[in-house]
Design a protein around this ligand. Structure first.
Ligand SMILES: CC(C)(COP(=O)(O)OP(=O)(O)OC[C@H]1O[C@@H](n2cnc3c(N)ncnc32)[C@H](O)[C@@H]1OP(=O)(O)O)[C@@H](O)C(=O)NCCC(=O)NCCS
Length: 172
């Protein structure tokens, strides 16, 4: 039976192994074990019969923006609905926090378009640029596609104090 749950520290080795299996070819950014331990509360895992088959994380920038990161499903469990369940769990988590926009950066835009995400302009998401992109060797040659669901932030947390906006329903 497929289900998702919040990750806990004993899951970190599994999460690390899944992400590592997709980071060699650049599909996912590598995440060191120490970073995963520190950020384990961002993660949900998908399980089938008690076996972890996928993971995904929601990084919070503020009520104006959160980012889905590190979504991956093991090759043998692809196509069973785990990817969708992970996205839905992370969107519920964003809504629980009152987040009005969820973004992500991906090389598989077709999957996320299927999950209700639309194309975004990188410049609309400066929090991400300040946090990650400026440190990335591919900054000027990035082939990841920016996507979002909700309301593009009008004013970013990195520019100004955040004025909370009315809540937008993010789940479908
Ligand atoms: C992308 C990924 C997470 C999808 O996970 P999955 O468990 O196979 O997806 P699901 O079974 O939940 O599929 C849900 C729906 O999306 C569709 N879908 C799945 N992968 C798709 C793709 N690559 N392109 C378009 N649609 C896709 C399915 O057909 C399904 O549609 P339906 O609900 O209408 O039947 C998985 O293929 C993966 O781990 N890929 C490698 C890592 C990666 O690229 N992660 C994204 C980095 S940002």
């Amino acid at each position: 039976m497929l289900h998702t749950r919040n990750a806990v520290l004993p899951d970190v080795e599994h999460i690390h192994a899944i992400i590592r299996s997709y980071s060699g070819n650049g599909t996912l950014l590598p995440r060191p074990m120490a970073e995963l331990r520190e950020n384990v509360r961002d993660f949900v895992v998908a399980e089938v019969d008690g076996q972890i088959v996928g993971c995904g994380a929601l990084h919070l920038y503020g009520m104006h923006l959160a980012e889905i990161r590190s979504i991956a499903v093991t090759p043998d469990a692809k196509g069973l609905g785990a990817g969708r369940k992970l996205v839905e769990a992370l969107m519920r988590e964003a809504e629980r926090h009152g987040v009005t926009c969820v973004c992500l950066f991906t090389r598989v835009p077709e999957f996320f378009a299927h999950m209700g995400f639309g194309l975004a302009k990188r410049d609309d998401l400066p929090d991400k640029i300040y946090k990650d992109c400026v440190h990335c060797p591919a900054f000027n040659a990035c082939d990841e596609i920016a996507m979002y669901r909700g309301e593009i932030p009008k004013d970013s947390g990195v520019r100004d104090l955040q004025i909370p906006k009315p809540l937008v329903k993010l789940t479908v």
